[in-house]
Design a protein around this ligand. Structure first.
Ligand SMILES: NC(=O)c1ccc[n+]([C@@H]2O[C@H](COP(=O)([O-])OP(=O)(O)OC[C@H]3O[C@@H](n4cnc5c(N)ncnc54)[C@H](OP(=O)(O)O)[C@@H]3O)[C@@H](O)[C@H]2O)c1
Length: 339
């Protein structure tokens, strides 16, 4: 029989990086968790799983008759968010949104009242270049539902999420590369002063659960402390106990070698060669911290990201392969040996 005082949480997602970590911790905290997704990977033990494709209009029927204490939506599709907002009943709603909702990134640490992109009208995200607009539309759907039915809602604009399970490799590439050098140096972006911030997936998950328990109402940025790429690389070198030194490569050499920035293959992550995007990773997080967000030291996140990289089973979507790093070094100096 159901315990009346046990929180019942519906996670719309739960099979990928953040949602899976959330489901696992929620179960460990004694929350009764249901996850709804297509099932591209298994949910953690103890989670009731409902297989459904939210592209279909009837996807939410199996969970629509229930009264949820909290619903956490991880979607990026406005249509998914709209249908969940109108078709599901909850005392509290949480949307995992993104720093990409902001209109500009040329100033440090945007606060929550900074200008947003226009919401995407369409139900479906045409491609990732409209990701920010789509998340604005998802935010609006959740806020509207909360106003309409008198529930509460936490909109969480997450910055870059890192740590154990970061399949993208953005947080894991440099720790891994320092742990597996192809030479005396590790090739890194030219701008070591580039502003960097990221949030450990486990810190974000812990705070999402606090928001659910305390029904925290409002819009919040969530990321770690702002630092520089140079400082992050020093930490990576330490975490990997690596003798290799970071070696900045000028942007024109990277461009000539077809090496991109931020994410993708081949790339050097965690920087963007565009002044309009310079402060992209950084957010003003005072409101979230006042509402209980705690972020751990960066070294711990990078250590977790390295642990994940050491046993990753899917290809990294970021960085340089050994051969690509050797080829770039050869272009620069002719030094292709590990000495
Ligand atoms: N990674 C970052 O650095 C970062 C930064 C800021 C914000 N965010 C946000 O943080 C969240 C990350 O979530 P995540 O890592 O758990 O997962 P995700 O890769 O963003 O996927 C979201 C979840 O939605 C499910 N899903 C996708 N299409 C679906 C469909 N048609 N029907 C039913 N379910 C569907 C997926 O499961 P199935 O494939 O099994 O269906 C998955 O569990 C997202 O909201 C993202 O926008 C991420």
């Amino acid at each position: 029989m159901r315990q009346p005082d046990v929180m019942r949480m519906l996670i719309l997602g739960g099979t990928a990086f953040l949602g899976r970590a959330l489901a696992r911790r929620a179960v460990a905290q004694g929350i009764e968790v249901t996850a709804l997704a297509r099932g591209s990977a298994p949910v953690p033990d103890g989670v009731r799983f409902i297989r459904a494709d939210r592209d279909r209009d009837d996807a939410l029927v199996p969970v629509a008759h229930e009264q949820w204490d909290a619903i956490v939506d991880l979607t990026r599709q406005p249509g998914h968010a709209r249908r969940a907002a109108t078709g599901l009943h909850a005392r509290h709603r949480i949307l995992i949104s993104s720093a990409n909702v902001y209109a500009r990134f040329d100033q440090p640490e945007r606060s929550e009242d900074a200008a947003l992109l226009a919401p995407l009208d369409a139900d479906e995200l045409p491609d990732m270049s409209h990701y920010g607009e789509a998340k604005v539309a998802c935010e609006q759907a959740v806020s509207l539902a909360a106003r309409r039915d008198g529930s509460t809602a936490t909109i969480i604009r997450a910055g870059l999420i890192g740590g154990y399970g970061d399949w993208s490799g953005r947080s894991g590439y440099y720790p891994w590369r320092f742990a597996h050098p192809t030479g005396r140096d590790v090739l890194v972006p030219p701008d070591l002063d580039f502003p960097v911030a990221l949030i450990d997936v486990d810190d974000l998950v812990a705070w999402v659960l606090q928001c659910a328990e305390r029904r925290v109402d409002g819009v919040f940025n969530a990321t770690g402390e702002t630092t520089t790429l140079g400082h992050l690389l020093d930490i990576c070198k330490g975490v990997a106990a690596s003798p290799a030194r970071p070696r900045p490569v000028e942007a024109h050499h990277l461009a000539a070698a077809g090496i991109g920035a931020w994410m993708g293959t081949p790339s050097l992550p965690l920087w963007i060669d565009d002044p309009d995007w310079r402060w992209f990773a950084t957010l003003d997080t005072r409101a979230a911290r006042a509402a209980g967000l705690h972020t751990r030291p960066l070294a711990e996140t990078l250590r977790s990201a390295l642990a994940y990289e050491q046993q990753r089973e899917v290809a990294r979507a970021t960085g340089l392969t050994d051969d690509e790093e050797r080829a770039l070094r050869a272009r620069l100096t002719g030094d292709t040996t590990l000495t």
